[in-house]
Design a protein around this ligand. Structure first.
Ligand code: NDP
Length: 242
């Protein structure tokens, strides 16, 4: 049985990934930070369906917590075959109002967390000469979003991280890809009004925002199905950014 670690899997896109991987026979490690109850609830739901699922609390931006999570996974289960670097935060704020603390937090969770989790997961993958990593960017990391400069910049960094690491790890049999979604119906967009969502749908050729499981399918495809792709950016965005 192959092991998949999904960071930020207590809700939203990460939880949808946990469901799709467990339905496909993977042992699923659900990482969460603050939403312990929801992570445990998801874990029970998957176990009731006969899946192998486990929860791990760690702030992905904290080196010690990531090390502790990875060493527990490694001693109990060997390691991680597939890593989905999904944990992230977003914020809408005018550029001139972004504080240094806002800036650092955005980069700490969205990109430093990716560096920490990936680096700690790699020794097992390198040893096996196989592995697959999918990093969550955003269509705003490709095109840039007004009032989301720090988010757009951090998500653009995810794309650079993915491409460079893919070149470095290809010879070790490890693929590194990126999924850069458009707007998705999760709590990340809870601050958007009904009018904002309607405007977004109007602008989108497919006329809607995505359900989390539509993005989870793209992530699963890059992680498992598409075995000849590495360093690629797949952007399921309904045609908003082409
Ligand atoms: P949600 O806000 O619904 O969920 C975010 C998840 O990240 C939660 O499980 C949360 O865990 C976790 N998380 C946040 N901070 C940390 C941390 N420090 N350590 C560990 N986990 C953390 O977001 P989405 O599901 O919508 O987003 C998932 C990813 O997809 C993000 O990277 C996001 O940027 C990206 N994305 C989302 C889009 C959207 O429209 N929703 C569009 C494009 C990209 P907990 O609650 O337990 O703290």
């Amino acid at each position: 049985m192959k092991n998949v670690l999904i960071t930020g899997a207590s809700r939203g896109i990460g939880a949808a990934c946990a469901r799709i991987f467990s339905e496909n026979g993977f042992r699923v490690f659900i990482n969460y930070f603050k939403s312990a109850d929801r992570a445990e609830q998801l874990c029970s739901e998957l176990r009731e369906k006969g899946a192998d699922a486990f929860t791990f609390c760690a702030d992905v931006s904290d080196c010690e917590q990531v090390e502790k999570m990875m060493s527990e996974i490694s001693s109990r289960f060997g390691g991680v075959d597939i890593l989905i670097n999904n944990a992230g935060i977003a914020a809408q704020i005018m550029f001139c109002d972004i504080s240094e603390q806002d800036w650092d937090r955005m980069f700490d969770i969205n990109i430093k967390g990716m560096y920490l989790c990936t680096q700690k997961a790699l020794p097992y993958m390198i040893n096996k000469k196989s592995g697959s990593i999918v990093n969550l960017s955003s269509m705003w990391g490709i095109s840039g979003a007004s009032c989301e400069v720090h988010y757009s910049a951090a998500k653009a960094a995810v794309i650079g991280f993915t491409k460079a690491l893919a070149k470095e790890l290809g010879p070790s049999g490890i693929r590194v890809n990126c999924v850069a979604p458009g707007a998705v119906a999760t709590e990340m967009n809870a601050a958007l009004s009904d009018e904002d969502i309607a405007a977004l749908c109007d602008e989108t050729p497919l006329g809607k925002i995505a359900a989390p499981d539509e993005i989870a399918k793209a992530i699963y495809y890059m992680a498992v199905t598409d075995t000849f792709s590495t360093g690629q950016i797949l952007s399921p965005n309904g045609g908003l950014v082409i």
